[in-house]
Design a protein around this ligand. Structure first.
Ligand SMILES: NC(=O)c1ccc[n+]([C@@H]2O[C@H](COP(=O)([O-])OP(=O)(O)OC[C@H]3O[C@@H](n4cnc5c(N)ncnc54)[C@H](O)[C@@H]3O)[C@@H](O)[C@H]2O)c1
Length: 283
């Protein structure tokens, strides 16, 4: 199956990034969010990135114009009626995602594949709210999407081989490397990564070292490009907490218990880079 038109639900950092790489690949992409202000801001951000790419000689002015032309703002999920693929990238919450998938199932044509960019939630459960569970799949991109090569592909229990093959092929069209991962809480990427981030937050909570020093240990000691606390800020602390909660509940194992300091930051609205304050402060 060849994918031509796509809808991205959620114009946040992930939805925007996925929309960008899909538009660069020549797809017609509806970028959907709850209001036009959010979408406009995201499109301006994408244009800024593409302008930098032109200045650096990575793409031509024509390619930039073509990419921007491929991005269509949408505040109505009914625009997905003719799409071949819908990728959901909204808040990491099962109830909210389920509502969206139930709605998309009614709107989209029978052949359309419904994918979720969820970081940790069970694809099987998301698929179960639709009448097409064989066409529901996890397509987990990494942040920032235009830069990171990996896509974890997660099959729900009912996902068909045809759907899997189409998403594997689509990942390659986007110049990504797909890896198949079983439908377990946090998949591979977050099952491993978030334990480290949560442990770093516990170190801060217990006063073992400062934010900067914890990050320096991982950067200089383990050659990580950025420290775990800065990475948590970039992911979004609400997302980090949601992933930890899913794994804590899903594995019923105390090693996934979210650090109380993480809960407190989220309650304070300190969500990291996107809110201007997390473990670090941002302009
Ligand atoms: N942040 C990361 O590093 C990262 C990496 C991989 C996957 N993810 C996953 O991607 C998803 C989105 O994360 P994000 O970091 O982009 O979040 P974000 O907060 O930046 O963006 C979420 C967007 O979804 C919109 N939204 C919420 N409900 C909606 C609805 N019903 N219809 C349309 N739009 C709606 C919000 O307005 C917001 O713009 C989550 O499931 C997250 O777990 C995040």
């Amino acid at each position: 199956m060849s994918i031509q038109s796509v809808m991205l639900i959620g114009a946040g950092q992930m939805g925007g990034g996925i929309a960008q790489v899909m538009a660069v690949a020549g797809h017609k992409v509806y970028l959907n969010d709850m209001n036009m202000g959010i979408i406009k801001k995201r499109l301006e951000f994408i244009e800024k990135i593409l302008t930098k790419d032109v200045a650096k000689g990575r793409i031509s002015e024509e390619q930039k114009a073509e990419t921007m032309k491929n991005l269509i703002p949408s505040t109505d999920q009914k625009d997905a009626a003719d799409c071949d693929l819908v990728v959901e990238a909204i808040v990491e919450n099962m109830d909210i995602k389920s509502k969206v998938f139930r709605n998309l199932d009614e709107i989209c044509k029978p052949s359309c594949i419904l994918a979720s960019n969820t970081s940790s939630l069970p694809i099987t459960e998301i698929a179960a709210v639709t009448k097409r569970p064989e066409q529901v799949i996890g397509m987990h991109f990494m942040n920032p999407v235009p830069v990171m090569k990996l896509v974890e592909i997660i099959r729900g229990i009912a996902t068909s081989d045809e759907t899997f093959a189409a998403i594997q092929e689509e990942s390659r069209v986007l110049h990504k490397t797909p890896v198949e991962v079983r439908d377990v809480p946090g998949f591979i990427s977050n099952r491993v990564l978030q334990i480290m981030i949560n442990e770093a937050i516990y170190c801060l909570y217990e006063g073992v070292a400062s934010v900067e020093d914890i990050d320096t240990v991982l950067k200089l000691g383990m050659n990580h490009p950025m420290g775990p606390l800065q990475l948590a800020d970039f992911i979004g602390l609400d997302t980090v907490l949601a992933i930890m909660e899913t794994m804590y509940e899903g594995y019923a194992d105390c090693k996934y218990r979210p650090c109380p300091l993480l809960r407190q930051y989220v309650k304070a609205g300190w969500l990291g880079k996107k809110s201007g304050r997390g473990f670090y402060k941002y302009d």
